[in-house]
Design a protein around this ligand. Structure first.
Ligand SMILES: N[C@@H](CCC(=O)N[C@@H](CS)C(=O)NCC(=O)O)C(=O)O
Length: 120
């Protein structure tokens, strides 16, 4: 494994939920990243944010690592879940709740239900 692959693997191994994004969870720098970070924040999911704008190697490396061409990218318990479109769909369908529950990741179920109610 090369250096950036090692670093990415280390981040994924040491955090249950990792969001590779543009900007930070407090200050996203792109609408797609902002949407995913906003959903996770609202649902009370503890996650590690990784700002690819401050690290060009990781920005390129994560695309090769996941074989996925864009940012954001969400990992849960070592598995790549998807980008903004997929996470949005999974949030609205309840699949994201199911995945988090199955993986033992704590989150606020009432908040997740509220997102769906607001988008029904
Ligand atoms: N449809 C994508 C939208 C994300 C997207 O298009 N990201 C672009 C613009 S922020 C991107 O990462 N481009 C490559 C790059 O900036 O390195 C998704 O579902 O996540």
């Amino acid at each position: 494994m090369n250096d950036v692959t090692n670093r990415i693997q280390g981040l994924i191994d040491s955090n249950d939920v990792v969001l590779f994004m543009k900007g930070t969870k407090e200050m996203p720098q792109c609408g797609f990243s902002s949407r995913v970070a906003g959903v996770l924040n609202y649902m009370g999911v503890p996650f590690q944010d990784v700002d690819v704008l401050s690290d060009a190697e990781v920005r390129q490396g994560i695309k090769e690592f996941s074989d996925w061409p864009t940012i954001p990218q969400l990992y849960v318990k070592g598995e790549f879940v998807g980008g903004c479109d997929i996470i949005t769909e999974m949030t609205l369908s309840g699949e994201l709740d199911q995945l988090l529950s199955k993986q033992g990741v704590v989150f606020d179920q009432a908040a997740a239900d509220k997102i769906r109610e607001a988008n029904a």
